[in-house]
Design a protein around this ligand. Structure first.
Ligand code: GDP
Ligand code: CA
Length: 315
């Protein structure tokens, strides 16, 4: 089993490479649900959907989220009716949220819904929500605490980020299959996702971090930071908000005691010795995933790094 901790776009692209080099039925992704939010009465799970649409081959490639060639008639009508549809949801995308909400109301858990959807969309890897209980990632700003989607999408990350909290995390239990996957994993991969609001959320679910530390499997992370900047998204202000340097050193610091090896880009090779000095092995490769070949090579390099990694993490 290969178990991957996953956020949205960065993780989805990494998983597209991984399914080229390992049988999908040997892969499980534990996906962040701290970004989940109710829009127009519907339960939206952005990171689960990004990963699911990407692996199903129906994602909008220019955005990295949403469904390709989707229309927005429902959103226009919602606006006509006085709603403020600031979160862009296409018509086919909305069908997913309608069905999810319907099943949740009928008593299904989020994991059951997710498993049913990924099978219906012919996604071969298992998708495990980090938890079936609601967790809301919130960002502290000068205007108060904002839900992550309000901070990022509604207000376009214009507020200074001062801190991060995960509301509901103490009551959240790992979803069925999460701890089992970590216990039986032969390799644990932390995808190139936002270390604070994608991976940090998963690690904060009680029991998850301990299960990774206790695992005998090598743990490898892929840096989402290349040459001192994220490829996309708000990782820079959010890393700063929690006191991390926006660099591969900051990523290493974030995962200290948890990972054996960090995969970094050639552009950051000069920082390798700093990371090794902190007790984490380094593998240097090209980590920018543009096409299928690059995704495949990064997945291969990541599995190679895991195979040759020495155990460094604490117990
Ligand atoms: P989100 O929920 O859609 O923001 O997705 P994630 O948390 O999975 O991903 C955001 C992170 O993915 C950002 O910090 C990006 O820098 C990183 N990312 C996106 N594309 C790439 C890539 O091609 N290579 C690497 N190394 N990181 C990437
Ligand atoms: Ca996300």
């Amino acid at each position: 089993m290969i178990v991957v901790l996953a956020g949205g776009v960065g993780a989805a692209r990494f998983l597209e490479g991984l399914v080229q080099v390992a049988p999908p039925e040997t892969i499980a992704a534990i996906v962040n649900t701290g970004d989940d939010m109710v829009f127009h009465g519907l339960h939206v799970s952005p990171d689960i959907d990004i990963v699911m649409y990407t692996l199903a081959g129906i994602v909008d490639p220019s955005q990295g989220w949403g469904i390709r060639d989707d229309t927005t008639h429902a959103l226009s009508m919602l606006a006509t009716l006085g709603a403020d549809p600031w979160f862009k949801l296409g018509d086919r995308d909305l069908a997913v949220h309608i069905r999810r909400t319907e099943l949740l109301r009928a008593g299904w858990t989020l994991s059951q819904v997710t498993d049913s959807f990924r099978r219906a969309l012919h996604v071969g890897i298992r998708l495990l929500p980090m938890s079936d209980e609601p967790v809301a990632t919130e960002i502290s700003t000068p205007v108060g605490w904002l839900h992550f989607q309000q901070y990022l999408v509604q207000r376009r990350a214009r507020d200074e980020a001062l801190g991060v909290r995960f509301v509901g995390i103490e009551q959240a239990r790992p979803a069925p299959g999460v701890l089992e996957a970590l216990h039986t994993a032969e390799v644990i991969v932390i995808a190139p996702s936002n270390p604070v609001v994608s991976i940090g959320t998963i690690l904060a679910v009680p029991g998850v971090r301990d299960a990774i530390v206790a695992s005998s499997a090598p743990v490898v992370a892929v840096s989402p930071i290349i040459a001192g900047a994220p490829v996309k998204g708000p990782a820079a202000p959010l890393m700063r908000a929690v006191g991390l340097e926006v660099s591969v050193r900051g990523v290493a610091a974030c995962y200290q005691g948890l990972i054996d090896v960090l995969v970094i880009d050639r552009a950051d090779a000069d920082l390798s010795s700093d990371i090794r000095a902190s007790g984490i092995d380094v593998a240097v490769t090209d980590t920018l995933m543009r096409g299928p070949a690059e995704k495949r090579r990064l997945a291969e390099a990541t599995l190679d790094a895991a195979r040759t990694a020495k155990r460094h993490r604490s117990y």
